[in-house]
Design a protein around this ligand. Structure first.
Ligand code: AMP
Ligand code: MG
Length: 472
């Protein structure tokens, strides 16, 4: 079979100020190490032979119908505006319309230098490529909006970081790669025409029912409120919620130093570069509001008189915390087996979380154990849990099937950091068994899989991952 990707490109048809057209840079010896057949089907892609797919997804051959380009954007990184970022190590090959009617970008990440590479080499090493592959696919299986992974290719080249590391390219699939930063760059330049064009494009592509820039702002707010609540519900910490990593579509994007919490604590941070703890677990809802405010600031620049929109934009942004909290409450109620709303629910949830933090409870296993009636074992002070559980049991009266609700809301399996690190180390040594096992198990995160109970185990003290690093 020959690889066939039914490209249908719209971004490449926009005028030239939004991107630079160039092909991916070839690599020495591409070898296909992962290919996502389920996703390929959704894209309407006909897989080809392994060697051919290695050539295409390694960047050595531009497939028919592709119109490769690097996208331009800017962004606030840790609160500081960087006037020019852009795809410094990624190439958008093009889009497919999707067998499910959803348009998606197909992008190579780690595909060589572009005009936006600044000091970087345009490459990625195998570790972050496999991490993003496993974690983004796990997020998808958890039902959380996310970019996905179509393929991973080892390049046969060495990438230099602290030392020499095996190079790799990830093929990332996204609803689009439009970010807050895509709007910010044109706003900062005072380019109203480009902002208007981009706004129309984003509305047509993601929110056809939205009206004008304020309609777009509201739609992004709603999508991101749901997304952040979903992250909170599984103990996910993004790690780099810069405005260039905050998507317009409401998907999780850019799996750099991201991590799932083991022990619950609201202040948890993993990213080695997040020294101010800006992107700590519990800060994520507030940071999302801050990012939305940056989008609002950019969007109003397209108006003839931006001042006229300030009030409307402020109102939209200010409504976000309540929306995120409502989505958060809905999710955490379900995590306790509750399907209706009552006063006191917030208190019930936060008091459990408080106990979990005090008792150093494992976030995932504690919630999963609630359904099985074995949660007290997750607390160093089981009596404290017992007294909380009395109120909880009383609240569950009249709930038809809390057990089923909890099993559907509390995954048994998440990609634990120490397993991801172990997987990267073994893959770098040529053994992909754990990579494939993780993908298979994490595809069904709500199922009991007794043969893989080892993947539910929290890290032993010596296995705890203290810090995660960006994919650069
Ligand atoms: P990130 O932290 O991955 O969101 O990247 C922030 C910016 O740095 C983006 O413009 C990336 O394209 C760029 N970048 C990251 N790593 C590299 C690299 N190895 N080479 C060139 N540009 C990079
Ligand atoms: Mg990024």
């Amino acid at each position: 079979m020959t690889l066939m990707i039914p490209f249908d490109n719209t971004y490449a048809a926009l005028p030239g100020q939004f991107y630079s057209k160039l092909p991916p840079q070839p690599v020495k010896a591409p070898r296909l190490v992962a290919f996502n057949e389920d996703l390929a089907r959704v894209l309407g892609l006909t897989p080809g032979g392994t060697a051919e797919m290695a050539e295409v997804f390694g960047g050595n051959r531009v497939p028919e119908g592709a119109d490769p380009l690097a996208q331009l954007y800017a962004g606030h990184q840790f609160g500081t505006y960087n006037p020019q970022l852009g795809d410094g190590r990624a190439i958008l090959l093009g889009e497919t319309a999707g067998t499910d009617g959803k348009r998606r970008d197909i992008q190579l990440k780690g595909s060589g230098r572009t005009p936006y590479s600044r000091g970087g080499d345009g490459r990625a090493w195998l570790g972050p490529v496999l991490r993003e592959y496993v974690v983004s696919e796990a997020m998808h299986a958890l039902g959380i909006p996310t970019t996905r992974a179509l393929a991973a290719v080892e390049t046969g080249e060495t990438v230099w970081r602290e030392g020499g590391l095996p190079g790799a390219v990830l093929t990332r699939v996204a609803a689009s790669h439009l970010r807050v930063g895509t709007f910010q760059i044109f706003a900062a330049r005072g380019d109203k025409a480009s902002l208007r064009q981009l706004t129309d494009y984003a509305i047509a592509r993601h929110y056809p029912e939205a009206e004008g820039p304020m309609g777009l702002l509201s739609a992004v707010r709603d999508a991101q409120s749901e997304l952040i609540a979903a992250w909170m519900g599984v103990g996910f910490i993004h790690g780099v919620m810069n405005t260039d990593n905050f998507s317009i579509s409401g998907e999780t994007i850019d799996y750099g130093p991201c991590a799932f919490m083991d022990i619950y604590h609201p202040h948890t941070v993993f990213s080695s570069i997040d020294r101010g703890r800006r992107y700590a677990y519990a800060n994520q809802p507030a940071i999302a509001v801050w990012n939305l405010a940056q989008l609002a600031t950019a969007l109003i620049q397209q108006m003839d008189d931006p001042q006229e929109c300030v009030e409307a934009a402020t109102e939209i942004v200010h409504a976000m915390p309540a929306l995120t909290e409502a989505a958060w409450l809905r999710r955490f109620r379900a995590k306790l087996g509750i399907t209706t709303a009552q006063e006191g629910d917030l208190e019930l949830i936060t008091s459990l979380l408080g106990l979990m933090a005090e008792n150093q409870s494992d976030f995932t296993n504690t919630f999963r154990a609630l359904a099985e009636g074995s949660a007290r074992g997750q607390f160093t002070d089981p009596a404290a849990f017992d007294s909380w559980a009395e109120g909880w049991q009383a609240r569950l009266e009249g709930e038809p099937d809390p057990h089923a609700v909890m099993r559907g809301a509390n995954p048994a399996f998440i990609p634990r950091n120490h397993r991801i690190e172990e997987m990267i180390a073994s893959a770098a040594a040529g053994d992909y068994a754990l990579f494939h096992r993780l993908n298979a198990v994490l595809a069904k995160p709500f199922d009991d899989q007794p043969d893989h109970a080892d993947l539910q185990r929290p890290p032993k003290p010596e296995e705890v991952v203290q810090a995660t690093f960006c994919g650069t």
